[in-house]
Design a protein around this ligand. Structure first.
Ligand code: HEM
Length: 323
């Protein structure tokens, strides 16, 4: 009896809902009657997902390489999902801020700790052969990686370290973008020319990245932090979680990633050409890039020593992560 009452009440609520939008409830009930039950595999589009790993060579380890990149891109998407909510939030609620940053850090923790799938999980001999079939494609061309940076911090903090002091928030987005640090990566190590990897990335993504930079002008996560009232800005949990995010994104992930580059590409007599002969050794180390999302949170000495652990890390990869 109680159930019948409940159903009646649900039906009258549905009637209201459909009436309000000029729809006929009875037709929708017919639709419900004919609809198939939802399955797990349809809901998450499992067949599509599992059809997306398409190697270009016959080396079995290439599939690991593809899949780990795809997994990483999905985690990047999760990070962006949290960042966008933070940037859009108008409530200035401290607990919300801390929770979003905590989630982002938990995604980075997964990415950093799972990098051994790349570093230890493939045969070097296979890698060096199938990698040649993928040129000039490179993870360097990950647009989501660049978007995470744009949401986190103003463009002037992403200008190449050797030029950063010459720019400020007064500079235009276009000017800053032209001097963004990653334009110095994926260049030919002998001539300094941009490689096709970089040129294609610029051609495909410049309009989109500029649009995002304009959209979050004065509204990045760093701006959000700086505009909090003083006592919230000093909140220990918030400060610690933002520093952890900075170190995860700009040091620890880089260290693990460089571990892969060294394992597969380093050779005593010159580096292997599987990158197309790029300047990766000078470009990738975090202490050379010095990308810091939230500079105000550090002392001058901390900033000067940014990412210096990479030398220790190269010598002892399991022990030198920054906590
Ligand atoms: C065996 C594994 C890997 C190797 C050997 C490798 C190698 C490299 C190299 C040499 C570069 C510098 C750009 C260039 O010279 O082409 C680079 C950049 C990059 N790779 Fe990888 N990579 C590996 C795995 C990954 C994975 C799994 C991802 C995940 C998406 C990734 C994302 C990136 C990103 C975002 C950059 C640009 C980093 C920056 O600008 O600081 N890489 N990679």
């Amino acid at each position: 009896m109680e159930d019948k009452e409940k159903i009646k009440s649900q039906i009258s609520k549905l009637e209201e809902k459909y009436k309000d939008s000029g729809q006929d409830l009875s037709s929708y009930l017919d639709g419900l009657l004919h609809q198939r039950y939802l399955t797990y595999w349809d809901y998450i589009h499992l067949d599509t997902l599992l059809s997306l790993q398409v190697p270009r060579t016959h080396f079995p380890d290439e599939e690991i390489f593809i899949m780990y990149h795809q997994i990483t891109e999905l985690y990047f998407k999760l990070i962006l999902h949290e960042q966008k909510q933070l940037v859009d939030d108008k409530s200035d609620n401290l607990a919300f801020f801390i929770e979003k940053v905590r989630r982002i850090n938990s995604y980075y923790t997964v990415l950093i700790s799972s990098f051994s799938v790349m570093i230890k999980g493939m045969e070097r001999e296979q890698f060096l052969q199938y990698r040649m079939a993928l040129l000039p494609a490179s993870g360097f061309q990950s647009a989501q990686f660049r978007m995470i940076e744009l949401y986190a911090t103003p463009l002037e903090n992403l200008v190449h370290i050797t030029e950063r002091a010459q720019f400020s928030s007064e500079s235009t987005i276009e000017e800053l973008y032209e001097h963004i640090y990653w334009k110095r990566g994926a260049t030919d190590k002998d001539t300094g020319e941009k490689t096709l990897t970089l040129k294609q990335f610029e051609y495909r993504y410049t309009p989109r990245l500029i649009r995002i930079a304009k959209q979050v002008e004065n509204a990045t996560i760093y701006h959000k932090y700086l505009s909090l009232p003083k006592e919230q800005r000093q909140d220990k949990t918030l400060v610690e979680s933002l520093k952890t995010l900075d170190i995860n994104a700009n040091i620890n992930w880089q260290l693990m990633h460089m571990g892969s580059a060294h394992r597969y590409l380093r050779r005593d007599t010159g580096d292997i050409e599987a990158t197309g002969g790029t300047n990766w050794k000078e470009y990738l180390p975090p202490s050379f890039q010095k990308i810091v999302f939230f500079p105000e949170l550090y002392t001058e000495q901390e900033l000067n020593n940014w990412g210096k652990q990479w030398v220790d890390h190269m010598l002892n990869p399991d022990k030198s992560r920054v906590e």
